[in-house]
Design a protein around this ligand. Structure first.
Ligand code: MRU
Length: 335
């Protein structure tokens, strides 16, 4: 499985895990739907099961679903299934994260030996996230209070994280930091997953209601770091719904706002964020909380999973190649 950095407490004591990996001819993944109550590992044996695991968010987060797409192609290759057909099924799962399409196209272009190729892809994502952690750590000073949205941690990215990687590195290097964790309605990836990673890593944090972010941005937050699901060439980017309003509030209050993402999240075919397809998810995610309907039976709900933040609100992108201003992206990708 390779080196991993996500420290978790299992029944057998502390262990280092990745979000997803290959083991004994199948793919193993943390079932992210069950955290933080239960840590369960699922075995995914076919590409159809992988498509289901991506759709139902057993595996989630842009770089992790990229790895899932690569591993899904490896499962298809291993059982002699038509790769183009499998790629269509895997690509039809979730529309917004660029990593999924990038990874599947990579596997299609390789065409053979896909188990080793997919393992290599996942390892390379983990290494890129480690480098993002090193680069982003330079932005974090001792004593800083940092706000993050959704979960761009190891769970979302195979290992280390994107937004959470610099936070992890800063903490491990002895900096005293505090993290405001947006709960991230409607699926609570912040409250459930980011907080779980913070607890495992021993990082000081508090979960805040999404509506409280403005209150803290106005008073206490020194730095915002978020992840991304797709970045256009002009620096507009899609991330979990609610990111846009955090970016505007950060600008209004003079708080630096950084986006951490590997190059696999950047879409060279998009000139601006206008072309990003936003996934619309089930109204039930908004209307039903812990099995209880919270709105009148007659009420409908709208549930866009992502929003697009214009590049003008971004202080910089933290990538595996370093920290870049939005207007440096196109040049970096051309290289
Ligand atoms: O819908 P999800 O949970 O798969 O959303 C993706 C995300 O986790 C976030 O938008 C994240 O900030 C970017 S992925 C590292």
């Amino acid at each position: 499985m390779g080196l991993s950095s996500m420290r978790v407490r299992t029944q057998n004591g502390p262990s280092d895990l990745r979000a997803i990996w290959w083991e004994d001819d199948v793919v193993k993944a943390i079932d992210q739907r069950l955290l933080p109550e239960r840590l369960e590992i699922v075995a995914i044996k076919t590409y159809e099961e992988m498509a289901e695991a991506i759709s139902d968010m057993t595996v989630r987060g842009a770089p992790s679903i990229g790895a899932a797409g690569a591993y899904g192609m490896a499962l298809a290759w291993q059982s002699g299934v038509d790769l183009v057909g499998a790629s269509r099924v895997l690509k039809a799962t979730r529309p917004t994260a660029h990593d999924l399409f990038h990874a599947i196209d990579r596997m299609l272009s390789i065409g053979d030996g896909l188990v080793e190729a997919a393992k290599g892809y996942a390892d390379s994502i983990a290494e890129k996230c480690r480098l993002i952690g090193e680069a982003g750590n330079s932005l974090i000073e001792d004593g800083m209070k940092i706000l993050t949205h959704c979960n761009a941690g190891a769970l979302a990215t195979v290992d280390f994280g994107t937004a959470l990687a610099p936070i992890r590195v800063a903490h491990r290097s002895g900096k005293k930091i505090f993290v405001f964790v947006d709960e991230t309605r409607p699926r609570f990836q912040g409250a459930k997953l980011t907080a779980w990673e913070m607890v495992n890593e021993g990082i000081n944090h508090a979960v805040i209601a999404d509506n409280a972010a403005g209150y803290y941005l106005r008073s206490e937050v020194d730095l915002v770091i978020v992840g991304a699901d797709r970045v256009a060439m002009n620096g507009d980017f899609a991330n979990k719904i609610g990111t846009y309003e955090k970016a505007v509030l950060a600008r209004e209050n003079g708080v630096p706002f950084y986006v951490a993402a590997p190059v696999s999240t950047f879409d060279p075919s998009l000139r601006s964020g206008d072309g990003i397809v936003i996934e619309q998810r089930s109204p039930d995610e908004v209307l039903i909380v812990n099995g209880v309907r919270i709105a009148p039976a007659e009420s409908a709900a709208l549930n866009p999973a992502f929003d697009v933040t214009p590049a003008k609100y971004v202080s910089g992108f933290i990538t595996e190649t370093g920290v870049l201003a939005p207007d440096e992206l196109a040049k970096m990708l051309a290289e």
